[in-house]
Ligand binder design. Structure first.
Ligand code: NAD
Ligand code: DAU
Length: 374
């Protein structure tokens, strides 16, 4: 495969995937197709934008004619599909946009690929990036957390706790609760249907919560780092008891690279770090790290924690079992969580201009409204 279409490459995870592919595969032509919604930002790709093996196309994945044109113009052999509306809170306010982009947009890409490849599936690949949220929510049967017996070495640490006995496996039944996860579940079904009906060589992966540089600051980690820096309240939904399983974004990009090249057609792989955190514990680590790096005495920003109305339908716990990926393809996270969080906080503090560009103007108004609503 030589001509790879990456959708959503100007977003958070997509920009890391584009960077990895452009740097690692000089023989590939990487076409990054992105609509540049509020979440898309070409500043995320400044370091690689002039590379000869990179092209940016501004387009909407729902624009079927344009997508057909892109397949033909760039002779696309492989697709890594990340473009999506990705924020749960926005999906609660505006579900239609999520159905349009995540469901119809995915269908438009599938149909364009099917037409362009015209049954010649040899060396073709349609890789769809999905989320663990499609599996629903797990129970919190061990509220204090326990050391899971299958701790992976790369991510093990004293904070690495399992909060329940169940995990999401590749064959866990889909049970999405938010409009976001319902739209992602629907798109996953379409991808698998194109394999089962037409024989398209597809792969789906379901990943846990990512963190790291270039994440849009409406998501927990960058939002809270920025608020701590500016002495603004930290809106903790509900009691802060919800559990998420965090993975450093570069490790997700590494997994995508491996699966794109070595994954088995029609398979599903779960990607996660066996790294569960209760929101409130994670928030305390963020406060401590930001205060330390800013030279503030410990405890300076503790008072910013503000409990607010819970998210509607808030999933209690996500926890991915990524044993299949480890056993079949040898992938493991490369970073300990403490290391990843330290790198991440440093990056946001060192890149205040990137943050200010995003948080000024339109987004500031949106955030104030969102916060007032709680
Ligand atoms: P993001 O919101 O940061 O980026 C999404 C990108 O898609 C943006 O660049 C945006 O401009 C683009 N986009 C949106 N609508 C588009 C359209 N109609 N046409 C073309 N481009 C469009 O999202 P992210 O966090 O980087 O997530 C990327 C993918 O990974 C998504 O599919 C998401 O469901 C999935 N995922 C995310 C996480 C996570 O923790 N962030 C975890 C698992 C899976
Ligand atoms: O699990 C993978 C998913 O992770 C991805 O599919 C989504 O695209 C991504 O946005 C993320 O979803 P979450 O809803 O888990 O992420 P978010 O950063 O919005 O919230 C993380 C947790 O923190 C969640 O329990 C809600 C809580 N939260 C979030 C925000 C923004 C707060 O308590 N306060 C906040 O202000």
């Amino acid at each position: 495969m030589k001509n790879i279409l990456i959708t959503g490459g100007a977003g958070f995870i997509g920009s890391h995937v584009v960077r990895l592919f452009v740097n690692k595969y000089p023989d590939y032509h990487i076409v990054n197709l992105d609509k540049l919604t509020y979440a898309g930002n070409l500043a995320n790709l400044k370091d690689i934008e002039d590379r000869p093996n990179y092209t940016f196309v501004k387009a909407d994945i729902c624009d079927f004619d344009k997508i057909q044109e892109v397949f033909a113009q760039y002779h696309i052999d492989g697709v890594i599909h990340l473009a999506a509306e990705s924020h749960v809170d926005r999906s609660i306010k505006d579900p239609f946009t999520f159905a349009r982009t995540n469901v119809l947009g995915t269908l438009s890409l599938l149909q364009a690929a099917k037409q362009y490849w015209n049954g010649e599936w040899e060396d073709k690949r349609f890789y769809h990036i999905s989320t663990d949220e499609v599996y629903g929510a797990l129970e919190l049967t061990h509220p204090q957390g326990i050391e899971p017996p299958f701790t992976t070495t790369a991510s093990s640490s004293e904070h690495h706790l399992a909060y329940g006995k169940d995990f999401f496996y590749e064959d866990t039944k889909y049970n999405p609760h938010s409009p976001y996860s319902a739209s992602k579940a629907s798109s996953d079904h379409f991808v698998r249907a194109f394999h089962d009906t037409y024989g398209m060589p597809t792969i789906v992966t379901n990943c846990s919560n990512n963190y790291g540089p270039y994440q849009f600051p409406e998501k927990l980690i960058p939002l809270f780092i920025n608020n701590i820096r500016h002495g603004k309240p930290l809106p903790v939904y509900g009691k802060g008891e919800n559990v998420r399983d965090w993975l450093y974004v570069v490790d997700h990009a590494r997994a995508i690279d491996l699966i794109f090249h070595k994954g088995k057609i029609a398979e599903t792989y779960n990607i996660g770090g066996f790294n569960e955190w209760k929101n409130i514990d994670l928030i305390k680590v963020l406060i401590k790290t930001v205060d330390r790096l800013l030279g503030n005495p410990e405890g300076t920003s503790d008072h910013l924690i503000t409990y607010v109305t819970d998210r509607a339908g808030h999933d209690l716990r996500y926890a991915i079992d990524s044993t299949k990926l480890k056993n079949e393809l040898g992938w493991e996270p490369s970073l300990q969580f403490e290391e990843g969080i330290e790198k991440t906080v440093r990056w946001y503090l060192d890149n205040q201009a990137w943050m200010d560009n995003i948080t000024s103007g339109e987004y500031e108004k949106y955030y104030e409204e969102m916060y007032k609503g709680r």
